[in-house]
Design a protein around this ligand. Structure first.
Ligand code: ADP
Ligand code: ZN
Ligand code: ZN
Length: 741
């Protein structure tokens, strides 16, 4: 046996593994992740290295291969676990070991110490309170917001003030000029807030929350570590449950990782964790430079912190004694990596927890079908919290049938009901959010008269309209010519469904000339600060109506928003992939949750051509269980995940013919193997058939047995090596892909 070994990764480049022979005496003790001592270089200096892979055959001349010296003693280095995790990711998601290693271990990069700024209150508390009252009187909402927070936390980092509290730099400068606040600059910067007045922790869990915490604690007491799915409606107090569990973990001298989608990591959430755990918490986000992230990871490794909060990559925080991983909003698509290895943070977290002897808590108001299915099967323990903490009623939700609107001569994208409610809100100076459900790559074809959507006869996903007038299925490649009349009702109002936020803004401005609008979409947020600026302007009530894509539905609490309009609920229902209904249900439920966050009652208008579709009717009632039952039946019928597993094989080449031939060759090779239970669809052109002049073909494989699918991937890798060595072809893999390719 041979082992590929990466030499002490903190000193050498990650680029290349070295092969060593495993002496017979050590065969039992060497596996990927174990740290070993090996002779290295001309002088055979003994260095530490990490085993990343075992090989049965030598890949170099026998006499050039050196032997492993020994297993490193007391090698509890945290890297060991992370390397083992990288090896697992490499195998399960398909990537090179280097790609996997670079994902789990941040590259050590010396960064210049950056100067950081803290915003501090520079006047007495009483004075500040007076000034706050004045700001409120004059409706200086941004100033009031900042002062209110500074009265609670007298020193807050500049980034948190601008990015999370949505106070812009102009306001900060103005307050600085008036000597109400001052800015401290310092180099060695550790915590985003300082001088927290210890308020003591006030909240006592209610019985439902206690129940949830006890379920986990009881298992811990018996040494049982497992994965839990905490299904709790919005506002049921999940975050309090997380914090209570974390407090218990810390009491056991262990550490916790909390994953929260970046967009949902709001000021309120951040401060709740700081408020309770103070400086033992660190938060990372995607804006941190590699060096800064490394810095935070180093603090974790050195035991300076116990809790790391952040998006996907926080999962790889090198805690030595990890006890708990929490994944909030576990259904979020951002937990799936779009770069190689295309890992899913949920599965990877469960694997890391297994290695570390830790537990995993997945939390959501709308769990992924995947997780709920696993909970039903007993793989995860389901914990439910069905009531909200404060008995705030859910917003009233109207479903508007757009076919009826057309029948009644309303050709506008705004239904009569929505217009009426908008009028009323504007007159009351309350705010409105209009949400354009825009997901999906190219337009599906639908009938405005009857709502009929043209679907693939084989895959039950919508066909996408291409510029050449053909409608194509991106799973199996089926195509037909776009028709000019509806095959269901004969109407001529049929075509690609297209509408942009810009167009909607124009329509709204025309209809409500007095209203001020803000638009948030890819165009308006491209500027670095664009996103924050828009949110802060809306939070300061500088506009009446916020129009946007799915970016506006998450995590933001605008207390004055009492009406949410969902303009085309169907958009996400026909994105040409099997998760479309699931995504629709989640988006609608979340968007509806934006209405009535404050004291005033909220209303929601869902506009759709399919008022009877289960993802719409169940979202209206926030009825997750019924949605799940309907959806899982569809997945079962069509062998889609989670009932079956799916592997996307993406074949790319700068030569179109080469890509086509290779895809055909791979397909016929797979077919010849005649694997029982395996279903193959394709090859077909990818949804985006050409990216940067690289042609892309796809093959989808469905298989009930996950391990068999992984094994098949390994075989395809070997088979593909022949193809890729000779030509400019590149083959990559994606398990249970999230987005149509
Ligand atoms: P979720 O994460 O499920 O949306 P949160 O944990 O954010 O719910 O709780 C919603 C609100 O209720 C928060 O403002 C929180 O401070 C408050 N809250 C939660 N649990 C309690 C409790 N036991 N007593 C009082 N207030 C609570
Ligand atoms: Zn029709
Ligand atoms: Zn098809």
């Amino acid at each position: 046996m041979y082992a590929d070994i990466i030499i002490d990764i903190s000193h050498e480049k990650l680029d290349r593994p070295f092969q060593y022979r495993i002496p017979e005496a050590l065969e039992e003790t060497i596996y990927p992740g174990v740290s070993v001592k090996v002779p290295f270089g001309k002088g055979n200096r003994i260095l530490q290295g990490f085993v990343i892979e075992l090989k049965e055959q030598a890949e170099f001349a026998e006499d050039k291969i050196k032997e492993i010296n020994s297993v490193a003693e007391g090698s509890v280095a945290i890297e060991t676990q992370l390397i083992a995790l990288a090896a697992w990711m490499r195998r399960n998601y398909g990537a090179t070991m280097n790609q996997a290693l670079k994902t789990v271990i941040p590259v050590r990069k010396k960064t210049k110490a950056v100067e950081k700024r803290l915003v501090c209150l520079s006047m007495e508390e009483n004075e500040a309170k007076e000034y706050l009252a004045e700001c409120k009187r004059r409706h200086y909402t941004a100033r009031a917001r900042l002062l209110e927070e500074l009265l609670k936390y007298p020193q807050i980092s500049y980034e948190i003030v601008t990015q999370k509290l949505n106070v812009n730099t102009g306001v900060i400068h103005a307050l600085e000029e008036k000597n109400i606040i001052n800015i401290i600059r310092e180099v060695d910067y550790r915590n985003p807030i300082r001088n927290i007045k210890n308020q003591g922790y006030q909240i006592a869990l209610n019985p439902m929350q206690k129940n949830a915490v006890d379920a986990v604690l009881q298992n811990w007491k018996q040494g049982i570590q497992k994965t839990y799915l905490l299904h709790g409606v919005t506002g049921s107090g999940k975050t309090e449950v997380y914090m209570e569990l974390i407090a218990n973990v810390i009491a056991m001298k262990k550490q916790a990782i909390v994953l929260i989608p970046e967009i949902a990591l709001t000021y309120q959430t951040v401060m709740r964790f700081f408020g309770r755990f103070g400086k033992r918490v660190s938060i990372i986000n995607s804006r941190l430079s590699q060096g800064e992230r490394y810095d935070q990871f180093l603090r974790a490794k050195n035991g300076e912190i116990d809790i790391m909060i952040g998006p996907r990559s926080a999962l790889f925080t090198p805690f030595a004694n990890l006890g708990l991983i929490i994944i909030d909003e576990e259904h979020e698509g951002s937990y799936k990596s779009e770069t190689l290895p295309k890992y899913h943070a949920r599965e990877t977290a469960i694997e890391r927890a297994k290695m570390a002897g830790a537990s995993v808590v997945l939390g959501s108001a709308t769990p992924s079908i995947d997780s709920y299915y696993k909970a039903q099967k007993g793989a995860y323990q389901l914990i439910e919290m069905k009531q909200r903490v404060a008995e705030k009623p859910l917003p009233v939700c109207h479903i508007i049938d757009l076919r009826e609107e057309l029948k009644n001569g309303n050709y506008s994208i705004l239904s009569r009901k929505l217009q009426e409610l908008m009028e009323e809100r504007l007159s009351k100076k309350q705010q409105i959010m209009l949400f354009l459900n825009r997901r999906g790559i190219s337009g599906f074809v639908s009938c405005r008269a009857c709502g009929h959507v043209i679907k693939c006869p084989h895959c039950d996903v919508s066909l996408s309209l291409h510029r050449n007038g053909r409608m194509i299925c991106h799973y199996c490649g089926y195509e037909e010519t776009a028709s000019s009349v509806c095959p269901a009702c004969g109407s001529k109002y049929i075509g690609g469904f297209k509408a942009g936020t810009q167009k909607i803004e124009e329509i709204v401005k025309k209809r409500f000339p007095g209203a001020k609008t803000l638009r948030m979409d890819f165009d308006t947020t491209r500027k670095k600060e664009g996103y924050e600026e828009i949110l802060s302007a809306f939070a300061n009530q500088e506009a009446d109506i916020l129009i946007g894509t799915q970016m506006i539905v998450k995590g933001h609490d605008f207390k004055n928003v009492t009406l949410v309009g969902i303009l085309a609920a169907d958009m996400s229902m026909y994105t040409g992939d099997y998760r479309a209904s699931e995504r629709t249900f989640q988006l609608l439920t979340q968007a509806a949750g934006r209405a009535g966050r404050g004291e005033k009652k909220g209303e929601v208008v869902i506009q759709t051509y399919h008022p009877d579709h289960y993802s719409i009717t169940t979202a209206q009632k926030q009825d997750y269980e019924t949605f799940y039952q309907e959806e899982i039946a569809v997945r079962r019928l069509l062998s889609y995940p989670p009932v079956s597993h799916m592997l996307l094989v993406l074949i790319a080449s700068p030569e179109e013919e080469e890509a086509k031939d290779a895809a055909l060759a791979a397909a016929s090779w797979i077919e010849k193997k005649q694997t029982e239970g395996l279903k193959m669809i394709g090859p077909a052109s990818a949804a985006i058939g050409k990216v940067n002049d690289i042609y892309r073909r796809v093959i989808y494989l469905k298989e009930k047995d996950y391990d068999r699918l992984v094994a098949l991937k390994d075989e395809i890798e070997v088979f593909a090596k022949d193809l890729t060595d000779k030509k400019k072809i590149n083959i990559t893999f994606d398990f249970n892909p999230m987005n149509g390719m």
